[in-house]
Design a protein around this ligand. Structure first.
Ligand code: HAM
Length: 426
């Protein structure tokens, strides 16, 4: 490091700073709120877990496991991994604490950072933030629709509307093995390169996700899972669509959709936003009916989603919208003199106690610079107090949106500001 250089955050790891961090918090909290409305309780998971949890849970052939995990050995030589996603950890906690022995479904929601060693670009980070929900233990298509509707409503509650929901069914254990063979039979007849051929052997579905035009062309006529569903998987999917119609959630069926994680069965979905360029997936999820048994628990079903908070913030910006009113403060106090400062410091405490966001001009600034700071703060009102006014029991209240200023009784400041800001009469 040279003398002039300084520390920087690791590559692809964002900092969240004011004023845009307010947007991040509003998006995250708005999405969690929507999940709470459907009875999802909070789960806070470890940031790192046993590496095997992810290799077994997410699947060895996935990019997430084979290329993107942040894995390290602890001082004992045991292998741990920074969580690349939330579903495996939720399932581990549900099994470990026996939540699956209580009332079903177990409904859980979480928010926080996840880690994937991806090539950083706009909307793709090595530390990414998700809000997720998981509903475990009941295989009911109405629950699939509920989970999907929570994501849809969550996005809309933020003002977002330039996205679409794509969904499909990946079948179940009664039809997926046969379909897999059928697809492999088709793929093995194609002049695929060595690596793609190997992929076709391990996870043939993933070949349908190949972005290269020549492969896309070759696989255009590939058999699709949706045309080979078992009767029960088809019935399940049709019911999901019916419940989504009832909920008023618009969707498009995309039978070629391929998700990046191996645990999915039956209903699988993705929310796609067109204003984001290459990283257009703002959320995704699906059913994972084999995961609990795979991780050593009972054979219970599950469904959930993960929404990318970072990408949702970008999507809002792309639509020219905001989840906040852009202000960090309601009232900005300007003390002009030492006695005035004493009173204004105390008044700021009272205003905050009344739930009014309040800041002060610190550092003994002059009137002009303090008023500039008041304007810059985004506050709706400034309170201007001089030593003389303290004696008179008055304070100047300036509406920063209109520029209008009037004197009000000092001891009425809290009540009058509460009324002005909330519309509630004192
Ligand atoms: P996922 O599709 O891998 O699913 O990730 C969910 C969302 O996280 C994506 O749609 C995207 O918005 C965001 N995301 C993923 N990687 C990045 C990245 N590198 N940078 C920024 N955002 C990213 C899961 O993680 C599953 N656990 C979801 C789920 C829950 N399925 C069932 N239950």
């Amino acid at each position: 490091m040279t003398e002039t250089s300084s520390f920087r955050a690791p590559k692809g790891v964002p900092d969240y700073l004011p004023p845009t961090s307010a947007e991040f918090v509003a998006v995250r909290d708005g999405l969690i709120h929507t999940a709470r409305l459907a009875g999802y309780g909070h789960i806070e998971l470890p940031i790192f877990e046993d590496t095997a949890l992810f290799t077994r849970g997410v699947g060895e052939s996935t990019d997430v496991v084979s290329k993107e995990m942040w894995t390290f050995a602890d001082r004992n030589g045991e292998s741990f991994t920074l969580r690349p996603e939330g579903t495996a950890g939720v399932m581990r906690a549900v099994i470990q604490h026996g939540l699956d022995r209580g009332a079903l479904p177990v409904k859980l929601a979480y928010a926080g950072p996840f880690f994937r060693y991806e090539r950083p670009q706009k909307g793709r980070y090595r530390q990414l933030q998700q809000v997720g929900v998981e509903a475990i233990g009941v295989d009911d298509p109405a629950l699939d629709a509920e989970v999907i509707a929570i994501a849809d409503t969550g996005f809309r509650s933020l003002g977002l509307d330039g996205f679409r929901l794509e969904l499909t069914s990946l079948g179940d254990e009664t039809c997926r093995p046969q379909y897999r063979e059928l697809l492999q039979e088709f793929l093995f007849k194609l002049p695929l390169d060595e690596e793609t051929r190997r992929r076709a052997e391990i996870n043939p579905l993933r070949v349908l996700d190949d972005k290269r035009p020549e492969v896309k062309e070759m696989t255009a006529g590939a058999p699709l899972m949706i045309d080979h569903l078992s009767e029960s998987a088809k019935a399940h999917f049709d019911l999901v669509l019916g419940y989504l119609d009832a909920l008023g959630v618009p969707y498009v069926v995309n039978p070629r959709m391929v998700r990046g994680l191996d645990y999915y069965t039956k209903t699988t979905f993705e929310f796609v936003h067109d204003g984001l360029g290459a990283q257009s997936g703002i959320g995704g999820g699906g059913r994972y009916d084999g995961l609990m048994a795979e991780l050593g628990g009972q054979a219970l079903s599950g469904i959930g989603f993960g929404i990318g908070v970072d990408r949702t913030v970008l999507a809002l910006a792309a639509e020219g919208k905001s989840a906040t009113d852009g202000s960090r403060i309601d009232v900005f106090g300007v003390p002009l003199g030492d006695i005035a400062k004493q009173h204004l410091v105390a008044l700021a405490g009272q205003l905050r106690a009344a739930g009014i966001r309040t800041d002060l001009a610190y550092g003994g600034r002059g009137m002009k610079s303090a008023m500039k700071a008041a304007d810059k703060s985004g506050a709706r009102f400034a309170l201007v107090l001089g030593d003389r006014e303290v004696t008179d029991g008055e304070i100047g209240l300036k509406d920063l949106s209109t520029g209008e200023q009037r004197q009000i009784p000092l001891n009425e400041a809290v009540a009058q500001l509460t009324a002005a800001l909330t519309g509630k009469q004192p």
